[in-house]
Design a protein around this ligand. Structure first.
Ligand code: HEM
Length: 404
C-alpha cells in the first residue's frame, strides 16, 4: 500500500460480503480507520464509534443519504425521507422520539412474546415430517405477525402496508441504486403514504387503544406532530420492525446450526441463557453493515479531521468485534456478559427505538429453537447478499428433528 493511502473497505467486491470480518479486523487493528470505495471515512473501533455517536459535532445523515442515491426533492421517497425520524436531528428529532417513546409501552412489548413463541414453534412443527425448510424464505412472516400484534392493527391493513414496502425500501437505501430501483421505490412510497393516510383517517373516526390512535392524538394537539410526520412515523415503526428482525431471526437459526455446542448450552437453560444467546447473535451478525453519519461542524475524531457537512460511515462489524471490548471476538459464545451491548442497535440519540421489541422476539425465537429442535444443521451453505441495506443471506436451509 502506498504511503498516506487509507486502506479501503471493499464494499464493491461481492466476495467481501460473505465474510467481511478479516478485512475489517486487519484495517481496524492496524490502521484504526479506513475509507469506503467512494472515499468516505470509515470508523472501525468501538471507542471511536461510541465517541462519534455521542458527540454533538456529529449527527445522522439526513437527506444527503438519498441525494447520493439519485433521489430529488418531489420524489415520493425523498419526501418520505424528509420526515423520517432517522433523518432528523436536534430538537425536531427529540420531539418525535419522545412521542414514540410514550406510545411504545412495555405492556405492548411483552404482548409479542407469546405471539412470537407460538409462531416459531408452529413453523417448526409444520415442517416436522420432512424436518427441513428454508428459514430465510419462511421467517419474515413471524416479525410481520408480531408487529401486527404489537401495533394492534388488522391483519389485512398490515398485509397491504407490508406488500407496499416489501423489498423496495431496502434496495433504495443500499449502496448500489439504479434508475429502475429508484422508479420502483418512488412508486412504492407514493402508494404507501396514500395507504397510511387513509388508515389514519379511518382511525381518526374510530379511535382505538393503540399506537396509531395515540400518535393521532399528538397530531390533533397541533404542536406536537404534523400530519406528514404522523404518516411517516407510522411507516418508520412498521418498516423498521420487519426486515431487521427477520434478518436477526435467520441469523439465530444460522449460528445455532453452526455452533451445536452453544445450542446444547442453551438447551440446558433456555430461560436463563436466552438473553445472552440473543446478545451474542446480535453482536456476531449485525442486521446493518453500517450506520450513516455526518459532521455538522469541523471536528477531530478517530485520529482524523472532518469538515462540516462531511459524511462518514461506522462499519458495525468493526466495533462489534473489537478486541478492546470483547475477548476472542471471532468466537461465538453465548455466555458473554449480556449487559455489554454491541453496536447492532446503534447508540446515542438515534439508538433503535424498537430494540426492546426486537430483543423480546429474538429471545423467544432462541428459546423455541432450544426447546423444539434436536440435531439442528444446515443442509447448504448460505451466502450473504452484497450491497443491501439490511443484511440477508440468500438461503438458510436447515434440517432438524422436531421435539414436541
Ligand atoms: C433486530 C432488529 C433491529 C435492528 C438490528 C435495528 C437496528 C436499528 C439501528 C442500527 C438504528 C439506528 C440507526 C442510526 O444510528 O440512525 C435503528 C433505529 C430505529 N429503529 Fe430499529 N432495529 C431493529 C428492530 C426495530 C423494531 C422492531 C422497530 C419498531 C418497533 C424499530 C424501529 C426503529 C426506529 C423507529 C428507529 C429510528 C430511531 C431514531 O432515529 O431515533 N427497529 N434501528
Amino acid at each position: 500500500m502506498p504511503l498516506n493511502t487509507a486502506p479501503v473497505i471493499p464494499l464493491d467486491d461481492d466476495a467481501y460480503w460473505d465474510n467481511p470480518y478479516p478485512i475489517i479486523a486487519e484495517h481496524r487493528d492496524r490502521h484504526r480507520t479506513a475509507v469506503t470505495p467512494d472515499g468516505m471515512k470509515a470508523i472501525l473501533r468501538w471507542s471511536d464509534a461510541e465517541e462519534i455517536k455521542k458527540r454533538p459535532e456529529f449527527e445522522n445523515e439526513g437527506l444527503e443519504y438519498i441525494e447520493k442515491r439519485g433521489f430529488k426533492p418531489g420524489d415520493p421517497l425523498y419526501e418520505w425521507r424528509r420526515y423520517s425520524i432517522g433523518a432528523r436531528n436536534g430538537e425536531d428529532h427529540r420531539r418525535l422520539r419522545s412521542l414514540v417513546n410514550r406510545a411504545l409501552t412495555p405492556k405492548s412489548v411483552e404482548k409479542v412474546r407469546p405471539v412470537t413463541r407460538e409462531h416459531v414453534r408452529a413453523l417448526l412443527e409444520r415442517h416436522a415430517e420432512s424436518g427441513e425448510f428454508d428459514v430465510r424464505k419462511e421467517i419474515t412472516a413471524i416479525p410481520f405477525m408480531s408487529v401486527v400484534a404489537f401495533l394492534d392493527i388488522e391483519m389485512d391493513e398490515a398485509a397491504n402496508i407490508g406488500k407496499q414496502m416489501a423489498g423496495a425500501g431496502a434496495d433504495a437505501f443500499g449502496p448500489n441504486v439504479t434508475q429502475e430501483i429508484r422508479d420502483r421505490a418512488n412508486d412504492t412510497f407514493a402508494a404507501l403514504m396514500a395507504f397510511v393516510g387513509e388508515l389514519v383517517e379511518s382511525r381518526r373516526s374510530n379511535p382505538r387503544d393503540d399506537l396509531l390512535t395515540r400518535l393521532i392524538e399528538a397530531e390533533e394537539d397541533g404542536h406536537r406532530l404534523s400530519h406528514d410526520e404522523l404518516i411517516v412515523l407510522f411507516t418508520n415503526i412498521f418498516g423498521g420492525a420487519i426486515e431487521t428482525t427477520a434478518s436477526m431471526m435467520t441469523s439465530t437459526f444460522l449460528e445455532f446450526a453452526r455452533h451445536p455446542d452453544q445450542l446444547e448450552l442453551l438447551r440446558r437453560d433456555p430461560e436463563g441463557l436466552k438473553r445472552g444467546a440473543v446478545e451474542e447473535v446480535l453482536r456476531y451478525q449485525p442486521a446493518f453493515y453500517a450506520s450513516g453519519n455526518k459532521a455538522n461542524a469541523s471536528a477531530e475524531a478517530a485520529g482524523l479531521h472532518f469538515e462540516a457537512g462531511e459524511p462518514l460511515s461506522i462499519i458495525i462489524g468493526g466495533p462489534n468485534r473489537d478486541p478492546a471490548r470483547y475477548s476472542e471476538p471471532d468466537r461465538f459464545d453465548i455466555t458473554r456478559d449480556p449487559t455489554v451491548w454491541s453496536f447492532t442497535f446503534s447508540m446515542g440519540p438515534h439508538f433503535c427505538l424498537g430494540q426492546a421489541l426486537a430483543r423480546a422476539e429474538l429471545q423467544e425465537t432462541a428459546a423455541v429453537i432450544a426447546r423444539h429442535t434436536r440435531d439442528l444443521e444446515l443442509t447448504a451453505e448460505p451466502h450473504w447478499l452484497p450491497r443491501v441495506m439490511v443484511n440477508h443471506v440468500d438461503q438458510c436451509p436447515i434440517r432438524y428433528r422436531y421435539e414436541p
